[in-house]
Design a binder for this molecule. Sequence first.
Ligand code: UDP
Length: 315
Amino acid sequence: MGLKTVLLTGCSGFIGSNLTDFLLKKGYRVIGMDNLCSGRQKNIEHLKNNPNFLFINADITKKISVDEKLDFILHFASRASPPDYQEFPIETLMANSFGTLNLLELAKKNEAVLVFASTSETYGDAKVLPTPETYWGFVNPIGPRSCYDESKRFGEALCMAYHRQHKVEVRIIRIFNTYGPRMKPGDGRVVTNFIIQSLNNQPLTIFGDGEQTRSFCYVDDLIDGVHKVMTVPNISGEVFNLGNPAEKTMKELAEKIQELVGKTGMIYKELPVDDPQRRLPDISKAKSVLDWDPKTSLDDGLQKTIEYLKQYIKK
Ligand code: UDP
């Protein structure tokens, strides 16, 4: 049997590039697609001479074609950092709507399994915690985050429509906050902000009172879950939360990072509009159906992320 071929959109991004490395190591052929609007060439530079990797610089919101038979399509192309998607709301809406449509058509043609990278943001400011996949969400459809939340929700609905109407094999994952090496410094996310600030000996910027929570999953754990979602049989049309259920307030995260890097103080800034108050996944479905559980402690994961981000600090 030949290699299984994966089309991965967003291959140059933080999760996409880590996923590309993982899949190549597992023996897949990877066709990586990206328009480099938020992903970075340097994340895939080391794969230049890998015969099992092909990079295509393309915009998935336009018609796309691939000359090879595809077994899997993984749709990970979208801006995902709140300040970033709020600066480019239209592109974000298009990547998750037209982009998803084009990829579903390709999946239909190839009879490929499609995995759609959705988000915990589909739950909005969740009122059920820990949040199970059956929760419908509490989302502001016209707020500054709606370009992301609503386009991911539309993407999910479109996947389910292709599943029901055309019997396309779709699987949806709702990714909770994920961190690790290759996160883009300066894109405004809390983990990179706090680490870069503490490495630069600056106070950490806490938005609001710092009592809002997130649950942080290390990227290698997430990728292990993505691979299970790709390959476990008989789960077409299913949705899975993938995230680490260890909930932390932003103040606790700041304290942890200062413990690892050094004390540089904290300053308080205004809480962004529609910033969810708590985020905590219920991962019992992923545990029982996929036999998946995140393994990396916050300390270990942060240490690796700190090591990676040190290259961006001016000496
Ligand atoms: N946050 C913060 N300081 C920062 C950046 C973010 O306190 O410098 C907070 C933000 O308000 C949110 C949480 O950290 O409550 C996570 O923000 P992030 O942008 O990483 O992602 P989100 O989970 O909101 O999509």
